[in-house]
Design a protein around this ligand. Structure first.
Ligand SMILES: Cc1cc2nc3c(=O)[nH]c(=O)nc-3n(C[C@H](O)[C@H](O)[C@H](O)COP(=O)(O)OP(=O)(O)OC[C@H]3O[C@@H](n4cnc5c(N)ncnc54)[C@H](O)[C@@H]3O)c2cc1C
Length: 333
């Protein structure tokens, strides 16, 4: 990694014309023999420094996606309250309030996962500072554990929040009907702005590659077991047993993939496994929130009830061992 000053040899090729984020100019830089100073150690630039930078940026992009989604949801709810069709505001129509409830719930889960990822990143940094001052075996072991969880939740936060923002902004346009397609309402811009979040700082597919290692290694199972095996209030026992089901289904899939031992099949089903993990994590984090604040029990119940059928479906697919797409790829793609 190098640092260099602006100079005639450093050329801004052109400002790109983009689908969204027009407030943030993007350009290609060309380095033609630019004088530069080495930062840190040689051969560490990409694998250590840039990866650290990128992991920080991934949490930031998750936050960006949540902000865009929140704005789109608020616009959609405002519009649904004011728009009258068939003599009633459209927010009273089940299909419309179903969409709004799902948007709100998914934003809440994205926020919970991203806060948790951020918390783990902060704890990791604190432990690193402590270890610098006082080398200690217990501290080192704790740092190892926290680093594993931070490294696991960062791609999950980025993948879940960005895909959620694309879906939520899409739904916000839908709730606006034809006016949503027009530039006079902000939702079309929010939809274009959301689109980049699944691409830069590593596409969703790359986050899946990163996260699936920690899921198949069993680290993710340990992490959510710590959340789910707490003592919950009696009113939350039903939800806590549903959360246990999400853990069990995920564990079955991991065991199946291990025994099936087919790398291409594991890659093919990795996205489903990560989607399951995000849903399971969302169930656990909202359950913990419900324990801390009884007002959060209903949103937790809503998300868990929505997530379980999705988790069962993904688990059925993963444990089917269906290799049709792999075997007939030429025909099907
Ligand atoms: C607005 C904007 C700003 C940007 N800013 C910066 C910046 O500041 N600095 C910077 O360095 N870069 C920047 N980028 C580049 C950006 O990070 C990359 O475009 C992004 O990481 C995707 O890489 P790529 O375009 O090479 O796509 P590719 O890697 O070619 O990917 C193409 C497709 O293949 C899939 N794919 C690739 N590899 C795999 C795999 N192993 N498994 C499964 N699927 C895979 C991808 O998911 C994607 O769907 C910016 C891009 C944009 C659009």
């Amino acid at each position: 990694m190098y640092v260099c000053e602006k100079c005639p040899e450093l050329i801004v090729r052109r400002i790109e014309h983009k689908l969204g984020i027009h407030g943030s100019p993007t350009c290609e830089l060309q380095f033609n023999g630019v004088p530069a100073t080495l930062v840190g150690q040689r051969r560490m630039g990409l694998i250590r420094y840039v990866m650290a930078l990128m992991n920080g940026a991934r949490v930031a992009v998750a936050g960006q996606a949540i902000g865009i989604a929140q704005a789109a949801y608020e616009e959609a709810r405002k519009y649904a309250r004011s728009r009258v069709q068939f003599k009633r505001p459209i927010i009273e129509m089940p299909q419309v309030y179903d969409l709004l409830a799902r948007m709100k719930s998914q934003i809440q889960v994205a926020r919970a996962i991203t806060y948790e990822a951020s918390r783990l990143v902060d704890v990791r940094r604190m432990l690193e500072h402590q270890l610098d001052k006082t080398p200690d075996t217990a501290l080192r072991a704790r740092l190892k554990e926290v680093s594993t969880y931070a490294g696991l939740l960062t791609p999950l936060a980025k993948a879940y929040s960005s895909e959620m923002a694309v879906q939520v902004t899409y739904d916000a346009i839908q709730i606006h009907g034809g006016t949503g397609y027009m530039q006079e309402f902000p939702v079309e811009r929010l939809s274009r702005d959301a689109r980049i979040t699944t691409i830069y700082e590593g596409t969703t597919q790359l986050q899946v590659v990163g996260a699936s290692v920690g899921i198949t290694s069993g680290a993710f199972a340990n992490y959510i077991a710590q959340l789910g095996e707490r003592q919950f209030r009696p009113e939350l026992m039903k939800l806590s047993s549903l959360a246990r089901e999400t853990r069990e289904r995920l564990a079955n899939c991991v065991t199946f993939l291990k025994n099936f031992n087919d790398r291409t099949y594991s890659e093919l089903t990795a996205r489903r496994l990560v989607d399951m993990a995000c849903d399971a994590l969302g169930c656990h984090l909202l359950l913990v929130q419900a324990e801390a604040d009884p007002a959060r029990a209903t949103p937790a119940e809503k998300f868990i009830r929505d997530a379980l059928p999705r988790i069962r479906m993904q688990a059925d697919y993963i444990t089917s061992g269906d290799k049709l797409l792999i075997e007939k790829r030429e025909e099907l793609v």
